[in-house]
Write a protein that binds this ligand. Structure first.
Ligand SMILES: [Zn+2]
Length: 77
C-alpha cells in the first residue's frame, strides 16, 4: 500500500493527490476535483514553464470535457 501524498505544483499552485485509489486527483482552487488531464487543459498548458509537476499530462489524452466551459452556470450568485 502506498499512502496518498499531496504535491503542490510550484508553477500552477494547484494541489495534486498522487497514489490515491482510482488514480491521481487534482484539487482546484474552485470547483470539484478533477484529473491531471483536466488540470493540464485548464491551467498548465497556459503556463508552460519548467518545473510544472503536471508536465506528463502534456502528452496525455485530453477529452473535450477536460476543458473549461465558460457557459457553466455560476454558483456565486
Ligand atoms: Zn502545473
Amino acid at each position: 500500500m502506498v499512502e496518498p501524498t499531496t504535491q503542490t505544483c510550484p508553477i500552477c499552485s494547484v494541489k495534486i493527490i498522487t497514489g490515491a485509489a482510482g488514480g491521481d486527483r487534482v484539487i482546484f482552487s474552485a470547483g470539484p476535483q478533477g484529473s491531471r488531464s483536466k488540470l493540464w487543459a485548464r491551467v498548465c498548458q497556459f503556463n508552460q514553464k519548467p518545473g510544472c509537476i503536471n508536465e506528463q499530462s502534456k502528452s496525455a489524452a485530453i477529452s473535450a470535457d477536460d476543458y473549461y466551459k465558460p457557459d457553466m452556470p455560476s454558483s456565486d450568485a
